[in-house]
Design a protein around this ligand. Structure first.
Ligand code: DPM
Length: 370
């Protein structure tokens, strides 16, 4: 086989959404690099296997990524496509985010039970039940709709829609518009929530490609699809989350606006019940940073490579996130965050105890075969 026809191995979760995302990235790479061929290698992750607990109650940050990262480290695959919002702000030192793909919608969307088709959240009755396992979505919507009840719903998108339609338990569920659109389910969306109604999660709607930090061939390939605007917004948002030391276990949300000359980041921290909220906004001019130099020494921003993007622009974006987080940490946001972290840590312990009790119960009911 000719050297330049070398097969690129791509790791992916097995879910339909993960495969759609992986193939979107591969198609874009093929278009720009027609001499390359790609092979998808699928695998299951812990997050795919644990379906009976809310993500925030499992207590690990790398639920959907760990097995894929191990395959990268063992050189079984050359890159892996993720939803960037599922990638922790710190990843293993020998791995990097080699590119960020152009962002789809960053917003959240409401999918109604068929009996409420076409309604908005505000038209639902008091005490309606909303399915979401996102503390961020529940906190913000609880603020707006104090009588609503928020119930966990897990599983991949197919499972969730089926639970919504079949169970008659939830009046509506909240999902990322990007995921719904990628699955071709736009027609199920009753309402897209503006950032004023519900700020989104850090990096929501953006896909990231992870590879080995020292794999210059793959890094060069990926730089062809590294999207500057998406990367700068996500560098700012991830710097914010990293400085707050938040993960998927705390209600933190953002809204970023990028123009040619400046970047604006709004960030917010909520208490779990949504009653407390601290938000602030910082804008920085890209021209604030005079040096125009390209980076070559492998420096990353919350694991994202600068790649083909001017390092000075990444530095401005990073500074916006860090400063905004530090400003919030000087307010009551610090205690709100600490309390939320303690509450989720406690929920993790309670969840483990619940599972152990259930396992013990099962063992009692099914005596071991002699
Ligand atoms: C993270 C959260 C959720 C996912 C938490 C949050 C949603 C969990 C839930 C960090 N990852 O958003 O506050 O709804 O119970 C996830 C989805 C996508 C990537 C699904 C979704 C698709 C969209 C994208 C799960 N991760 O949010 O509806 O590429 O951003």
């Amino acid at each position: 086989m000719a050297e330049n026809k070398a097969n690129v191995k791509v790791g992916s979760r097995k879910s339909q959404l993960a495969l759609i995302q992986t193939n979107t990235v591969i198609d874009a790479l093929k278009e720009l690099n027609p001499e390359r061929s790609f092979q998808v290698v699928t695998m299951s992750t812990t997050g795919d296997k644990i379906l009976d607990s809310a993500l925030s109650k499992i207590g690990a940050k790398d639920l959907f990524t760990k097995e894929l990262e191990l395959a990268l480290e063992r050189q079984e695959v050359d890159f892996v496509v993720h939803s960037l919002k599922d990638l922790p702000t710190r990843i293993a030192e020998n791995l990097v985010i080699g590119c960020v793909f152009k962002r789809d919608s960053a917003l959240d969307a409401v999918v109604m039970h068929p009996k409420h088709a076409g309604k908005k959240l505000a038209e639902l009755q008091e005490h309606s039940v909303i399915g979401t396992s996102s503390l961020r979505r529940a906190a913000q919507l609880q603020r707006r709709f104090p009588t609503f009840k928020f119930e966990n719903i897990r599983g991949n998108l197919n499972t969730r829609l089926k639970k919504l339609d079949d169970d008659d338990k939830y009046d509506a569920i909240i999902l990322a518009e990007a995921g719904l659109a990628r699955m071709g389910w736009q027609d199920r969306i009753s309402q897209v929530l503006s950032p004023e109604e519900c700020m989104y999660a850090v990096s929501q709607g953006a896909m990231a490609v992870e590879c080995r930090a020292d794999d210059s061939k793959t890094l060069a390939l990926l730089s062809s699809i590294h999207d500057q605007d998406t990367a700068l917004s996500c560098v700012a948002e991830r710097a914010f989350l990293k400085t707050l030391e938040g993960g998927c276990s705390v209600p933190v949300s953002v809204h970023s606006i990028l123009t040619k000359s400046q970047i604006t980041l709004q960030g917010a921290v909520f208490s779990i019940d949504g009653k407390q909220c601290v938000t602030d906004t910082i804008t920085k001019q890209f021209s604030d940073e005079p040096a125009k130099k390209k980076h070559t020494n492998g420096h990353t921003f919350s694991a994202i490579v600068s790649g083909n993007i001017e390092i000075a622009l990444c530095e401005v974006a990073n500074a916006v996130g860090v400063e905004l987080a530090n400003r919030l940490l000087q307010t009551e946001a610090r205690t709100i965050l600490e309390t939320a972290k303690q509450q989720t840590a406690k929920a993790v312990i309670e969840e483990q105890a619940r599972k152990e009790r259930e396992a013990a119960e099962r063992a009692r009911l099914v005596p071991e075969v002699q």
